[in-house]
Design a protein around this ligand. Structure first.
Ligand code: SAM
Length: 270
């Protein structure tokens, strides 16, 4: 790797890593919206002395959450991989039961002897974040046992398009060589924070169809579901001022977040 786009994406994550460690609204988003859907999707998952690999694990909080949830479903070993050194260094002392490592996913799978051994590969909010979605999916496929589960949550492309229409995506024009384009455009994507300016993470736009076709090249699609807050959550958020689900100054996701599903959960089988 090492193309201009890749360098740009990694550089932007370098810049965003401190804000990511201390983010507030995104943690609400997980707690109030993502986790219950995730648990529904993985309710039937079972493994025997199973291995989980979480690709693009960030600061490790979500890997730890998944590990805890899957313990009763037979997962005994969990790995968290990320290309960002700083986030992995943050994760290591905080979640000691998980093996965190930084580097390129395919290489790490090999280093840890995981090829063909893994029961579940998760990647939460990573595919839209990398120019190399195909490499990530391919490495996941190589790591999984036959019948293993690939599980991914992404930003819904339609939601990103709505944010773009408001002029809140910072589009980038990066010319790269060698050219290996797997996305439609590149942008900086804003992460809302209370009382402050948003911080930005890399965003590679693909349509939902692009993702599905890519995943279907390697896996059999099991399910695809979209995530949108319920009326109940919207009312509670308005009452208790829970970002990003409330109408508050500076919340650039509003009102779209109440109307357009903001995430998509995709589950597939090798
Ligand atoms: C939006 S964060 C999500 C972090 C974590 N999965 C979570 O849900 O909190 C995206 C993460 O993916 C990592 N990342 C981006 N491209 C990657 C790649 N090609 N391989 C591994 N990690 C990658 C970034 O460094 C960042 O930590």
């Amino acid at each position: 790797m090492g193309t201009k786009t890749d360098k740009w994406a990694k550089g932007l994550w370098q810049k965003a890593s401190n804000s990511w460690k201390t983010r507030e609204q995104d943690n609400n988003y997980r707690k109030y919206l993502v986790h219950s859907s995730l648990e529904r999707e993985l309710a039937d998952f079972r493994a025997h002395k199973g291995i989980l690999v979480d690709i693009g694990c960030g600061e490790g909080g979500e890997t730890a959450y998944l590990h805890e949830y899957l313990k009763d479903r037979g997962i005994i070993l969990a790995f968290g991989f990320d290309t960002n050194t700083e986030l992995i260094e943050h994760a290591i002392p905080n979640y000691k039961k998980i093996c965190f490592s930084h580097g390129e996913t395919r290489e790490l799978m090999e280093v840890y002897g995981l090829l063909g051994k893994v029961d579940l590969v998760s990647s939460l909010f990573v595919l839209q974040d990398t120019p190399y979605a195909r490499d990530l999916i391919e490495a996941s496929c190589e790591a999984l046992k036959d019948g293993g589960t690939f599980f991914s949550v992404i930003v819904n492309p339609k939601f990103a398009e709505a944010i773009d229409e408001k002029g809140e995506l910072r589009k980038k024009n990066i010319h790269e060589s060698p050219r290996r384009k797997e996305h439609r455009f590149v942008a900086e994507y804003p992460i809302v924070e209370r009382g402050g300016k948003p911080f930005f993470v890399p965003y590679f736009h693909r349509t939902l169809g692009d993702y599905v076709s890519l995943i279907e090249e390697y896996f059999t699609l099991d399910s695809l579901n979209t995530l949108k807050p319920s009326e109940e959550l919207l009312e509670k958020s308005e009452r208790e001022k829970i970002l990003p689900f409330c109408n508050e100054k500076g919340n650039i996701y509003w009102p779209e977040i109440s109307k357009i599903p903001s995430s998509v959960i995709i589950k597939a089988r090798k």
